[in-house]
Design a protein around this ligand. Structure first.
Ligand code: GLC
Length: 455
């Protein structure tokens, strides 16, 4: 790939840096000119994660440290809803740096209370905590994570995320749109991406919480919850040819302790596209499960993060990568990678998305292609020994992204069309390409990768 493409990606990142009181504290979701969405001038917690990886690779620790401190402080801005207490431990989806009358700046956090559809950003605290680990390990600075303030912050998060509610499994129950897919897409319940982030966050807590009276109770719970969550996901979410055959012949309406079909899945719900889609050497984690429900769609974020954080077995991770190899056109196409496969259409689209035109079939979250997934794919590919696939993806993406001006997403079954409503100069499109390129070409950057996968 031409050096000018990567240089241009770095320039884009530089243009997005946000300053507060003269200090760099984050990056905007896109270059703040001609923004098509009002809040793309905000720093989103999930979008900043790949920006942070780039800064850490460059040895620029200060902005990441400031971001971690800033977001923790912003938790105090949460509004209390009538009849509710504060949701302590909830972190904002994004924050804005606004000008004050005296020429200074102030920070305004959005806890989903301003976001379209009013969604709760369940993933934010997980991204924040995982970033704290990657920062601590790569910079060697443990003083931040070990400070009273950060230990308390982590405790609050864990108390919220481990709080008992109406669970029947070790997986975490969340409302619709609680993560990167932040619009209604039928992803309520136990979406895989949240389980992977939850697992990565618990692993972080295991490493960063200091033993002692304040933390020992939490650590005991985490030590039990992690293996329970891990074996549950590996068993219940995993789908390969053999498992598909088992589900196809499931008995239903089983009562009692010795049931086989625990979630009462009716085989008739297996979608037609799955017949013949899986081969003997591949498989994947399904998108979501619950009573009477398997969401068989392939969700890239959930699968790739499961590999990165070690929620898959080595064999499963390898089989997911083989799925990419055998379905390259469908899962990578002309712009890696498809966010969700396949798209829902017709009546199913109407019911699942609430007739959302942005999520029309093969667009945006509903089967669009998102270059920001390149960094996750590259990490997962390296972890499973399939770096060749990542190199192929970088080649495909690099050839287009600069020319197309770094779009947020692409449309179409093959992802060959710039997304109809895609924002241009999108930060995580550029940072994902930088990370992928660095991991493949520059062995020095692997320290960040090692820190990321050290769960
Ligand atoms: C869209 C995406 C969300 C992202 C935001 C900013 O809302 O769905 O995941 O964080 O844009 O890029």
């Amino acid at each position: 790939m031409q050096a000018s493409i990567i240089d241009s990606a770095y320039e884009l990142l530089d243009e997005t840096i946000l300053y507060h009181n003269g200090q760099p504290v984050g990056t905007t979701a896109a270059v703040p000119t001609n923004l098509s969405a009002v809040n793309y001038g905000d720093c989103f917690i999930r979008d900043f994660f790949p920006s942070a990886l780039v800064f850490l690779m460059k040895g620029e620790y200060e902005i990441v440290r400031n971001f971690l401190t800033t977001v923790l402080r912003l938790c105090d801005q949460q509004e209390r809803m009538p009849g509710h207490d504060f949701s302590e431990g909830l972190m904002p989806a994004s924050f804005e740096v606004a000008a004050t009358e005296d020429g200074g700046t102030k920070l305004i956090a959005d806890f989903g209370d301003r976001a379209i559809g009013r969604v709760a950003p369940v993933d934010s605290a997980a991204w924040w905590m995982i970033l704290l680990r990657v920062y601590s390990l790569t910079s060697g600075d443990l003083t931040l994570a070990h400070s009273d303030r950060f230990q308390e912050g982590m405790r609050k998060i864990l108390n919220l995320y481990l709080h008992e509610s109406f669970e029947m499994s070790p997986a975490m129950l969340v409302p619709d749109a609680a993560f990167m897919i932040d619009r209604r897409m039928g992803v309520y319940g136990h979406p895989l991406e949240i389980q992977a982030l939850f697992y990565g966050m618990l692993a972080t807590a295991q490493q960063l919480l200091l033993p002692g009276p304040a933390n020992d109770g939490l650590l005991r719970i985490i030590n039990k919850r992690m293996p329970a969550l891990c074996s549950y996901v590996r068993l219940f979410y995993w789908l390969d040819e053999q498992r598909l055959n088992e589900i196809h012949r499931y008995k239903s309406e089983e009562f009692g302790w010795d049931a086989q079909n625990l979630l009462n899945i009716y085989p008739e719900t297996i979608p037609d596209w799955l017949d013949g889609w899986l081969c003997r050497n591949d498989g994947y984690m399904v998108g979501n499960i619950g009573p009477g429900k398997i969401d068989f769609r392939y969700f890239a974020g959930g699968n790739l993060l499961s590999i990165i954080f070690g929620l898959t077995t080595d064999a499963q991770g390898d089989m997911i990568m083989r799925l990419y190899d055998s379905h390259w056109d469908q899962l990578a196409g002309r712009m890696p990678f498809k966010l969700v496969y396949p798209a829902v259409s017709g009546q199913e689209w109407a019911l699942l998305t609430g007739c959302d035109p942005k999520n029309s079939p093969w667009s945006y979250h509903n089967g669009g292609n998102w270059p920001c997934l390149l960094w996750m794919f590259t990490c997962a590919a390296i972890r499973t020994g399939h770096a060749d696939l990542a190199a192929r993806a970088v080649e495909v993406a690099g050839a287009r992204l600069l020319r197309d001006r770094w779009p947020e997403y692409y449309d179409g079954q093959m992802g060959s069309l710039i997304g109809r409503r895609a924002n241009l100069n999108q930060t995580w499109t550029a940072t994902a390409l930088i990370i992928a390129h660095q991991l493949l070409d520059n062995p020095d950057s692997l320290a960040v990768f090692e820190a990321l996968i050290s769960t």
